[in-house]
Ligand binder design. Structure first.
Ligand code: FAD
Length: 394
């Protein structure tokens, strides 16, 4: 029998990894542990919030992985015995491994903003894990009266999908403009700058004049307290009451990373950028949002790229060969309207123990581009979503 690899989590990172490893070496026994099926994808979920596609377009099952010879175990990993190389599941079943790959995504820090706990998230959704939360925010927007204020509270770095809050702002602005035109949108930000900022600001001025306002950290944007039943947010400079409030709280690696001991005091998982092996527990590798990816943003594109690089490195290591040195790319498309998008791209390689951006290799969409360029990029965004989900789930 060949080596055994157990994967924790069947999101973009875990599912892409399992399939890539089987392609690298079909003799490796790959088990993917993931309790939820179908998986609900976050990319394009901002469009669901704005009432565009149905949530069904975000759903993916694990049948494709099983067709590839991967064993899908519909359970949760609750513990790992690293000395014995054994993962323990919620039903007490134990899975022995030669290498463990941990890809649990993120958890919200529900202790970071006073008043924003699990109960508050049912009133003021974060919608930063797609599914019920996405639909809750959509229903709240649909139910609100014309003339209301919508607030998005954006988190500090690092967090899942750096351009995500601003794509969401653009699509909610589009929804308000077309359905509730007397309404306003306020972004309260715990940062002074954000991804593709000039492109987003240009889009808001051109497409949604007077509708979107952004308050940065320095201008009192950081939310310091939440009163969920009153839908009121306190900031360093005052307080805001709104009709609909979307709090995107600070984040950390999925809880299992802390249980296993692969997360450090930052809440994220330090890795060797050549192999994605944990710096804290040997024979355990971390990919996707949970890892400290150096300069790489936490995106589905990144998760998929890291998964493929990790699969190559692990297949080599399990054959007793050198892992090789990866070069990874990331591209993030963001919709600024249902049929218009902007993008940012980067190339990354191991340097000084981290994944470091290759200078001069990436870039963003041009400012001041004609509408046709933005429309073309929206077509690319849809094509990318189709390709990435096919690669991950078959
Ligand atoms: P996830 O996709 O979250 O998968 C983790 C999986 O692990 C989950 O299915 C979970 O159930 C499972 N899990 C957790 N704990 C355990 C356990 N103990 N045992 C077993 N399983 C476990 N990225 C892009 O590239 N492009 C975009 O346009 C884009 N748009 C986005 C828009 C929004 C609104 C958001 C929120 C995110 C967006 N992203 C986008 C980011 C992208 O969704 C994430 O970066 C990506 O999902 C990370 O993949 P992952 O596999 O690391 O984590």
């Amino acid at each position: 029998t060949g080596p055994r690899v157990v994967v924790v989590g069947g999101g973009f990172a875990g599912a892409s990894f399992a399939r890539a490893l089987k392609r690298e070496d079909p003799t490796i026994a790959v088990a993917l542990v993931e309790p939820s099926e179908p998986y609900t994808a976050c990319p394009m979920s901002n469009a669901v919030i704005a009432g565009l596609p149905d949530i069904g377009a975000q759903h993916f099952g694990y049948g494709g992985l099983e067709d590839d010879g991967i064993v899908h175990v519909p359970q949760r990993v609750v513990r790992v015995d690293a000395a014995r190389r054994r993962a323990v599941l919620a039903d007490d079943v134990m899975l022995d491994y030669d290498r463990l790959v941990v890809a649990p995504g993120i958890d919200m820090r529900l202790d970071a903003i006073p008043g924003y706990d699990a109960a508050a998230a049912e009133l003021l959704p974060h919608a930063w894990k797609a599914g019920e939360q996405t639909l809750l925010l959509r229903r709240q927007l649909e139910a609100m009266e014309d003339g209301g204020l919508v607030i998005i509270a954006a988190p500090p770095n690092p967090f899942r999908c750096p351009p995500g809050p601003y794509e969401r702002a653009s699509l909610i602005a589009h929804f308000l403009q077309t359905r509730k035109p007397r309404s306003k949108l306020l972004i309260l930000d715990a940062k002074d700058a954000f991804s593709k900022q000039r492109l987003f600001e240009q889009a808001w001025t051109e497409l949604y004049p007077g509708l979107v306002e952004w308050e940065s950290l320095s201008f009192g944007g950081k939310v310091t307290e939440v009163d969920a039943p009153a839908r009121t947010l306190t900031t360093e400079f005052g307080s805001h009451k709104a009709a609909v409030v979307n709090v995107i709280p600070p984040q950390r690696a999925g809880a299992i990373a802390t249980t296993i001991g692969v997360a450090d005091q930052t809440g994220w998982c330090p890795i060797d950028p050549m192999t994605f092996e944990s710096r804290l527990v040997s024979n355990v590798h971390i990919i996707g949002d949970a890892a400290i990816g150096g300069a790489m943003p936490k995106s589905a594109f990144t998760a998929n790229a890291q998964a493929k690089a990790c699969a190559t490195a692990l297949a080599n290591l399990l054959r007793g060969q050198e892992p090789g040195s990866p070069k990874l790319t990331n591209t993030c498309y963001s919709l600024i309207a249902p049929d218009q998008a902007v993008s940012i791209a980067g190339v990354y390689e191991p340097a000084n123990g981290l994944l470091t951006e290759v200078q001069g290799a990436g870039g963003t969409s041009p400012l001041d581009a004609p509408r046709s360029v933005r429309e073309e990029e929206a077509v690319y965004a849809q094509a990318w979503f189709k390709t990435i989900t096919q690669e991950a789930f078959g």
